[in-house]
Ligand binder design. Structure first.
Ligand code: ASP
Ligand code: MG
Length: 456
């Protein structure tokens, strides 16, 4: 079997004829090297937002639909000609008519059934893939347009559908596998139930689609073409010296995603992680470099990045009854569960427990309940600052250098993840930027440059 690459392009990377042209150029470079390519496409630009407004406004907005259709047709005209163009324009018109009917059937001031909303939202990807497939045909390379609704099998939770993984893997393997040098074009974000009603995988779901395809086809790589050049050692807005990372392990990528760094959602890459498929984040612009590869291996030990998240609340519960007793932790966590609030960091001593939450909406009720268990104090406007890396403490002097760097900063809480991937501090929001810069300087600037790696 030939090698398969999955290329996922987000809305921004498909927004206009030039960008679609660039996406196809990248795909063609890969097919010319002999790879089979599956191009998983989002809707163009902010199309899904517009469709969402159409669905929720609950009234037939003919002008908006016309603009949407005309915009896709205008892009098609820039990219195609002759019979390819006429067929594409007709296909876009047909999707437009269908959309018009769906929107006309909506009732003002009443939210539509989820199945109707999903059908309306699916329009964006169905339109973008039509244009892309036609533009590929115009460039003269073998492209097959497949329908994700026949390949991604889901349950009936129409707007946030759960994928039937075994069924989907089989369908993809039989229906989306490109041969050597072939391009398959497919919608991200969409699926369908066994009965054939359209579903969506939740906003931003195209990355997940790409990961499903990559896993099912045992792809060499899933490339998420997006508007960031790479995953950075830190947010460059806070640390101007932040550097791009050539590689990351799945575990570190997952930690960074929680800590507010702009990488992929851990759930998104789940199928790729299970299948051991590398996922690369990369910018389609010419000259923007190889991006960051996220994979199972990674021989780099020690700190890789500093991430942070502001607007955190720390809840402390102290009780002398906790000493030599049992069941306290269960009661404390049951309180958070009852109020549907997720706890992120936890530290305990013999008589106290400290926890962080990022959602304060149930805080008063949580505090009232916890006061039945012990003395409760709350610290708001805090930030989690995380040092992240595989074998974080294996590199020399990490703890000592971190301690020196934060000397004088009031630390509310400190937590070392059991897996040695994440050492997190909680500091006041007001001190967080300074703390992040100091730690980046101490742990990442001073390090010898990471081994330079070259990729295809
Ligand atoms: N078009 C969908 C959205 O905007 C899916 C995606 O782009 O990933 O949410
Ligand atoms: Mg949380």
């Amino acid at each position: 079997m030939s090698d398969v690459l999955v290329y996922k392009f987000g809305g921004t990377s498909l927004d206009g004829a030039d960008r679609i042209e660039r996406a196809l150029q990248l795909a063609q470079e890969a097919t010319e090297r002999g790879s089979g390519v599956v191009l998983v496409a989002s809707a163009m630009g902010a199309t899904t937002d517009t469709l969402h407004e159409l669905a929720t406004a609950g009234a037939g907005d003919a002008a908006t639909i016309r603009r949407l259709i005309e915009r896709h047709q205008a892009v098609a005209r820039q990219l195609c000609s002759g019979a390819v163009l006429s067929a594409c324009l007709a296909a876009i018109d047909a999707v437009g008519v269908e959309l018009g009917e769906q929107v006309a059937a909506l009732r003002p001031w009443r939210s539509p059934p989820a199945a109707t909303t999903a059908a309306i939202l699916s329009t964006g990807e169905r339109l973008s893939t039509r244009v892309i497939a036609a533009a590929a045909a115009e460039r003269g390379f073998a492209a097959t347009l497949v329908d994700a609704r026949q390949l991604i099998r889901t349950n009936g939770d129409h707007l946030e559908a759960t994928v039937d993984r075994p069924a989907t893997a089989q369908l993809l393997s039989a229906g989306a596998r490109p041969s050597a040098g072939e391009l398959v074009v497919m919608q991200g974000f969409l699926g369908a139930t066994a009965e054939g009603t359209t579903t969506t995988l939740g906003r931003g779901g195209s990355d997940y689609t790409a990961s499903l395809v990559g896993a099912a086809l045992a792809a060499t790589e899933v490339v998420i073409w997006t508007d960031v050049d790479a995953v950075m050692t830190c947010d460059p807005k806070v640390v101007p010296d932040a550097r791009p990372l050539a590689q990351l392990s799945y575990r570190v990528a997952a930690e960074l995603a929680y800590c507010g760094a702009a990488v992929l959602h851990p759930q998104t890459i789940g199928p790729a992680v299970e299948a051991g498929t590398p996922v690369r984040v990369r910018n389609p612009h010419l000259g923007s470099g190889p991006g960051t590869i996220i994979h199972a291996g990674g021989d780099h030990r020690g700190p890789a990045a500093i991430a942070f998240k502001q607007g955190i609340t720390v809840v402390n519960v102290t009780s002398s009854r906790m000493l030599d007793n049992y069941g306290f932790l269960r009661r404390i966590f049951a309180t958070f569960e009852a109020h549907r609030t997720s706890v992120d960091l936890v530290t305990t001593s013999e008589v106290s427990v400290s926890m962080t939450i990022d959602d304060e909406s149930a805080l008063p009720a949580i505090v009232a309940d916890l006061e039945q268990i012990g003395t409760v104090t709350v610290e708001q406007r805090q930030a989690i600052v995380s040092m992240v890396g595989d074998g974080l403490l294996e590199a020399d002097d990490v703890l000592a250098n971190a301690a020196t760097a934060i000397n004088g900063t009031p630390v509310t809480l400190l937590s070392l993840g059991a897996s040695d991937v994440n050492l997190s501090l909680v500091v006041p929001d007001a001190a967080s930027n300074h703390t992040v810069r100091a730690l980046h300087h101490a742990l990442l600037d001073m390090q010898p440059q990471l081994k330079k790696e070259t990729f295809r």
